[in-house]
Design a protein around this ligand. Structure first.
Ligand code: SF4
Length: 879
């Protein structure tokens, strides 16, 4: 058996994965030796092995939809980019890249654009993730330097989670925190989030603050620390600057607890409890994420958090610090190489000294002298015809960027678009003139850096299929065709890594913290066997936490307070759009579902796109749980299922970010989201768009479960989700077909035994198609969404042969008495449904999550479903 260690390709926790290869079979588990996860994996990581097939892969280069040779594709891309540069200048071309790229891929792309094409028009989808945190760290510390490590979260006595549904978005880090709290119940957890999320399961205090009011809260905290005399005046005096301005702003904007409570729409007691806890607990980590960053004042919010840590001297020490946790697997690697348009490379910027130094290191003919276009500005420039040739690498901007309708129009109008991706059909690839097949996880080889600055190897354990190539190779080939053969003559990722490491150490006498120069001469074997290590690397050792010497990367060597004047979001609710739309991730999905959408067990938890609203808001709008709703903003609209929950604050709604045109007809949240950005970081305000809701009432609604794929794109509403041995389609139409039987014959396009039930008076129609005693497909239709659950019918697709009881029950859609219907999946790891759980809780008298785990295994693997298990227990004890 061969065992290969690699790194999970999903979130910024950066868990190690061990792949065991025995013959044809591959098994995966958490790497017990990896310091990020010590063997744990979440539901997504645990299902990685189910996502390796070639279904849907882009396997050959294409020009205008026709397969071509690599030479032809590369020659075309190079020629079109060269023509555009010759005619319009270097700034008429751009790259839009991704936190999914490995550091080596990122390095080559950045070097080509900034050092050889001579433009800084390379930006990344990481702009949407943590660019506000980057900007805040640069303002405070002089460098994009995350001070903490995951172990600080465990060592703290108080962990404040701001704008972070850690339980779902960074599950393994959440599990580490949860275990720490179990071992030390005195460890306090505060969750600051407008929603009551699964993360609140371990919270001692939840502050459901008004969306966008974080800076008021933290200015209030700074002011409180001054009033309560818990400032570290010695630290402020010796190691910081501009405290006076910061405290003045805090006093002006957040004078007292009652004022803060009023402005944040929080109970005074909650604000007081939080302030007291923070003030009294020296070992405090404030962990923040997209809820802070994705805002038109995200940089200020992050600085308001950092200010509180600087004021109390809680930085550079074990169990303390302001800790930005990134969404993407290699967001940090991209930051190291300069993958953002406003960075140069290796933590340098566009100052004359840095540009001269980097150009000299690269020996490049030119170098960009100023920052390029950030993501939203880039697509505006494409729309305005200023950028005429675009290369998109490993990302799906047609879905993920705000104002996605404008982004799509920009791509339609763009003269030349190249997309290099591992997936053939995405909402973005349809705009490509040239498609280049890129390697994916399991085939790629290189490094990634997680949220705690830990560089880990992502190792290949699969051969490159068909004509697929690594991103670094593709970019290098284009660079060579543009006339830069010598500078891009890389033979393998390690060549690139050595150069990247060398640049980090080049003329770096401690001015830049990012320094892995000691790895510049790493040999191939050492690279192959590189153990996870945190930068900076000094004397062969990684660095657990930064600023232990109280020295910062600023001109004065001192940390900088930033005076924060809290600002409201750019677009506010009004009579026409009275609700605030908040967007985010789900537990079992990743980005636009190109990988996680392949596995049934990850689709079972939330198979249909939805919006969550407070029950009282739903009631006021005459909307009921389960109905379809149309959500509209000034920028676009969507149609999704309504879910009511009092975890949602009044006048706000939440919609997941994952669905797109490959999985649903009208569920792209990017089409709703406003394009407001933070003026410093350029990060879009993805968490705050005014919207309105109204019922969507089609003439009929229904669902299909089918072994074979069916064509549904012409339906007025459709959603597709992969099940176990079937595909699930949710459908709705505005016109009832004249003859359902004829309609389904076209839909299913196959023969077999049809079992049918029709009642025109009530609009009900049900049909099952059986062939050789196995169920092939079912369609259930009604005038509304009053339809049976899909779970029991789903289970029939796993049966070799239907028995008589199944056939009798088939068109009722329900299990016959005495037959098990597991219900909607709660535990994705072990496929345990809600009905099974409810029954076990009631019949076996289960009173704890541990007891459920012992009885059904649910919650005992990744632990992501534990908050839902606890809710089931709570609802049982409340009945
Ligand atoms: S927490 Fe889950 S998604 Fe994130 S790196 Fe670990 S296994 Fe992957």
């Amino acid at each position: 058996m061969i065992s290969i260690k690699t790194t999970c390709p999903y979130c910024g926790v950066g868990c190690g994965v061990t792949v065991a290869e025995e013959g044809e079979s591959l098994t995966m588990q958490g790497d017990k030796t990896h310091p990020a996860n010590f063997g744990r994996l979440c539901s997504k990581g645990a299902a990685l092995g189910e996502t390796l097939d070639l279904d849907g892969r882009l396997l050959y280069p294409e020009i205008n939809g026709q397969r071509v040779s690599w030479d032809s594709a590369l020659d075309t891309v190079a020629a079109r980019f060269q023509e555009t540069i010759n005619q319009y200048g270097a700034d008429a071309v751009a790259f839009y890249v991704s936190g999914q790229l490995l550091t080596e891929d990122y390095y080559v792309a950045n070097k080509l654009m900034k050092g050889f094409i001579g433009s800084a028009n390379i930006d990344t989808n990481s702009r949407l993730c943590m660019s506000s945190a980057v900007a805040a760290y640069k303002r405070a510390f002089g460098e994009d330097a995350v001070p903490c490590s995951y172990e600080d979260v465990e060592l703290a006595d108080c962990v404040v989670l701001v704008g972070s549904n850690t339980a779902w978005c960074h599950p393994v880090l959440y599990q580490r925190l949860k275990v720490a709290k179990q071992q030390r119940p005195d460890l306090k957890v505060v969750v600051i989030d407008p929603r009551r999320t699964a993360t609140c399961d371990i919270a001692d205090l939840h502050l459901p603050l008004q969306a966008g009011s974080d800076a008021i809260l933290f200015n209030g905290l700074l002011n409180y620390c001054r009033r309560e005399d818990v400032l570290d005046l010695g630290f402020i005096e010796e190691h910081t600057e501009h405290f006076t301005a910061a405290i003045r702003s805090a006093q002006e904007s957040a004078r007292s607890i009652p004022q803060v409570a009023f402005l944040c729409s929080l109970p005074e007691s909650s604000v007081a409890d939080f302030f007291r806890l923070f003030a009294q607990t020296e070992k405090t980590v404030t962990l923040f994420s997209q809820g802070v960053n994705q805002s038109s004042s995200g940089t200020d919010k992050a600085n308001s958090i950092i200010n509180c840590h600087l004021a109390t001297g809680r930085i550079g020490k074990a169990g303390m610090g302001a800790f930005s946790i990134t969404g993407q697997p290699n967001a940090m690697g991209g930051r190291e190489v300069g993958g953002l348009a406003n960075m140069l490379a290796a933590h340098t910027d566009f100052s004359p000294a840095h540009t001269e130094m980097v150009q000299r290191f690269w020996q490049s003919p030119t170098i960009a002298q100023q920052a390029g276009l950030k993501a939203v500005d880039l697509f505006n420039a494409i729309k305005d015809g200023k950028v005429k040739a675009l290369w998109i690498m490993a990302t799906n901007p047609a879905v993920s960027l705000p104002d996605a309708n404008l982004v799509r129009q920009a791509m339609t109008d763009c003269e030349f678009i190249v997309v290099s991706d591992c997936v053939k059909n995405t909402d973005t690839t349809r705009y490509a003139d040239v498609l280049l097949p890129a390697a994916t996880w399991g085939e790629k080889d290189g490094t990634v850096t997680n949220s705690e600055r830990r560089i880990s190897r992502q190792r290949a354990f699969l051969p490159l299929p068909a004509e697929v190539k690594a991103d670094w190779w593709i970019i290098s080939q284009i660079a060579q065709r543009l006339g830069f053969a010598k500078a891009f003559n890389y033979q393998s990722p390690v060549d690139i890594f050595r150069e990247h490491a060398a640049l980090s150490g080049f003329e770096n006498n401690g001015e830049r913290l990012f320094n892995i120069g000691e790895l510049a001469n790493i040999n191939n074997d050492e690279y192959q066997n590189l153990e996870p290590i945190q930068w900076p690397i000094l004397n062969g050792q990684g660095t657990v936490r930064l600023f232990t010497d109280n020295h910062y990367s600023t001109a004065s060597g001192k940390a900088q307070f930033v005076a924060i004047t809290p600002r409201l979001p750019v677009n506010l609710p009004d009579n026409r759009y009275p609700f605030v739309l908040n967007t985010g991730r789900l537990r079992d999905q990743w980005h636009t579902m190109t990988r996680t959408g392949k596995t049934a067990r990850l689709m079972e938890h939330a198979p249909e796109p939805f919006i969550t609203i407070h029950p009282q808001d739903a009631k006021a709008l005459n909307l009921i749980e389960g109905c379809l709703v149309k959500i509209s903003s000034q920028w676009g609209e969507a149609i999704v299922r309504l879910h009511c929950s009092d975890d949602q604050t009044r006048n706000t709604v939440f919609m997941p970010m994952h669905w797109n045109d490959q999985f649903a007809s009208h569920a792209g949240v990017g089409q709703l989201v406003n394009p407001a950005v933070d003026p410093i970081s350029g990060q879009p305000e993805l968490k705050h768009t005014p919207v309105c809701l109204q019922a969507y009432t089609p003439a009929w609604q229904g669902f299909v479960l089918s072994r074979a794929a069916i064509t549904v794109e012409s339906q007025d509403y459709w959603v597709m989700a992969r099940g176990r041995q079937f595909l699930r389609y949710e459908l709705a139409g505005e016109i009832v077909p004249e003859n359902w039987h004829e309609w389904i014959k076209i839909l299913f396009n196959t023969d077999g035994e049809w079992l049918e039930f029709s009642d025109r008076a009530t609009g009900r129609y049900r049909v099952a198609l059986v062939k050789n005693q196995t169920l092939q497909a079912v369609l259930f239709v009604a005038q509304s969404f009053d339809l049976p659950t899909r779970t029991w019918l789903s289970q029939l697709f796993s049966k070799q042969s239907l028995d008589d009881i199944d056939r009798i029950s088939l068109l009722t859609g329900k299990a016959a008495l005495g037959t098990e219907d597991a219900g909607e999946t709660v535990c994705a790891c072990f496929g345990v449904g809600v009905n099974t759980l409810r029954k076990a809780i009631a019949k076996q008298g289960l009173v704890s999550v541990e007891a459920i785990g012992a009885a059904l295994k649910a919650g005992t693997n990744c632990g992501s479903c534990v908050p839902e298990l606890r809710k089931l227990l709570d609802s049982r004890s409340n009945t």
